[in-house]
Design a protein around this ligand. Sequence first.
Ligand code: MOS
Length: 731
Amino acid sequence: MKFDTPAGSNPIDRMSVVGRAHSRIDGPLKTSGRAPYAYEHQGFERMAYGYPVGAAIGRGQIASIDTAEARRAPGVITIVTSPDAGKLDKGKFNTAKLFGGSEVHHYHQAIAVVVAESFEQARAAAALVRVKYSRAKGRFDLDEELKHAPLTGGSSGEGSAAPPVKRVGKFEEAFAAAPVQLDATYSTPDHSHAMMEPHATIAEWNGDRLTVWTSNQMIDWGRGDLAKTLGIPKDKVRLVSPYVGGGFGGKLFLRADVVLAALGAKAAKRPVKLALPRPMMANNTTHRPATRQRIRLGANHDGTLVAIGHESGSGDQPGGGPETAVNQTELLYAGANRMVAMRLAVLDLPEGNAMRAPGEAPGLMALEIAMDEMAEKLGMNPIDFRARNDTQVDPAKPERRFSERQLVRCLREGAGRFGWNRRNPRPSHVRDGRWLVGMGVAAAFRNHINMASGARVRLGRDGRVTVETDMTDIGTGSYTIIAQTAAEMMGVPIDAVAVRLGDSDFPVSAGSGGQFGAANATAGVYAACVKLREAVAGRLGLDPATAVFAGGKVRGGSHSLDLRQAAAQGDLVAEDKIDFGELGKTHQLSTFGAHFVEVGVDSFTGVTRVRRMLAVCAAGRILNPVSARSQVIGAMTMGLGAALMEELAVDPRFGFFVNHDLAGYEVPVHADVPHQDVLFLEEADDLANPMKAKGVGELGLCGVGAAIANAVYNATGVRVRDYPITLEKHL
Ligand code: MOS
């Protein structure tokens, strides 16, 4: 089904199942431990265990690997080393190689896998693998490398290069002439996804056919890249990932666990299971790259922005891409003269890549402090200042309107609900005992992306509906909203729908990433259900255009037939996908919100405690308020981590992240998050898709960090522009 005209009224509009609060249908399986995660699939014969060895240098060559002692260790079946594996290909979505060859591109890059009868034996033997390196000088210092880094546009989404500097009007002149100016530089550190479930895989060969049970957000990408890496046809590879214990972008792509398990299984001629040990994850896999961002704002005294400039620098492995931290600055505020630019340094640190809301998350951490600073210079309420500079069109292309944009309403309604009028605009003037108390606000913005997405639906003679798609549920609630969609479309109760996900044998979906999963995957299920409705009506001799599906029955004219009758002579199966035409190009599809935060800063120790948080979101139709809220409060928690705690510490001598486990890489715990509130504004986006929904899972992260930073400033009067805002920075 091609989506190229605004969604008219359709069965989803009934909202009798969609849009209602439903607990996760997979909840009981998960809470009782019966949902199999990658490492837990059962039923294999003679399972062997793999343990990876990671490079102990940041860059250089493997001179030799001595496996003699390791091979003699108890229980060892086989060892595959990177030089022995030869030149394996690189996945389309991988920047550095996952395995193969003698070159070391980054610390903890996989260089060997030990396969043994037990996990403990494999781990013990891995410690006996002796490696000699010849170490090369690496580029590990972002600030140093940015001094001579070239401009880059990154890619524009279809893989074509975007212009390295984007301009509207005359930024430099307008900034120089502006009566009120802000020129400030902000920095964000490298972040780790730190998801609960590590990267893990069970691999099994059956002749030349390979099946992997793994933990991956994007089944079809992973399948393609596994085939490409191993040099085998894609149709010989099956990838199964029904449950994913968190991803945050760290599992968008094929990672070393899959390749090592596959090679280990081939060499051992047995199924092999392998998980990346937690201390290897930060350096072996990807991370959100650190940024250095310079923002210049020029405004008239009435608060009208006349010049907006945002330059961001980040680094990555050779051939990698920039952290696109200037994304939101192109679209968030009006302003006649604009400039955004990015620089990309070459680094030999581990591969940088997408982490939840790549681009906007670190970009708004900077831009929304800058907006707070400018509001203060102007003597304006930061909410009025943002509202003054609202735009309903793309500032670079005024003919492109936003499909829906309720930023100002998010700010105003949030202000009322949060009690913003109780904020004292003079910093460091509110006390509660030893605590300095402050409030902060920030805008939230994240683009919505349309992705083709397919599904297959089946109506059984028992009247039950089964949905199959390779869509993943990474803890987000995909199972539930897909069941809701099929139930609404076919007019059956939600418990008459079975949902099967995360298998490359099923139709290719949008997958889980970039907050595009929920809206696109359900739109694909919608498309398949439209076909199934036609098949049902056809069998029963009804007009599909006027047939009404409700209460397990189909009504047409004076006929009312039980759905089961349609499948009486055999199951009815329909498959389709949603495809997008030009609508998303003629209009700008984005999601908006506002974050409000109250903090207390201990006036003696400098410790910051978040006291209250509120997010107001406008993101199209909310498919399930329970799972959507869960996404948003999770994202707010992640933003709290980014503001106050999270930082991968780089050792610039040896080129690795020092705090590469959950003891050293701090993330918030429940006690850090006392009170969160989420409000969804009513919205149905006709131009987005037939569900009239957009993404929300990343919006909740976008802007939170700055709202906290602004609250800390309001509490203390000390402006910290370098994240995380740890206590020594504002003492
Ligand atoms: Mo998200 S960083 O695209 O999983």
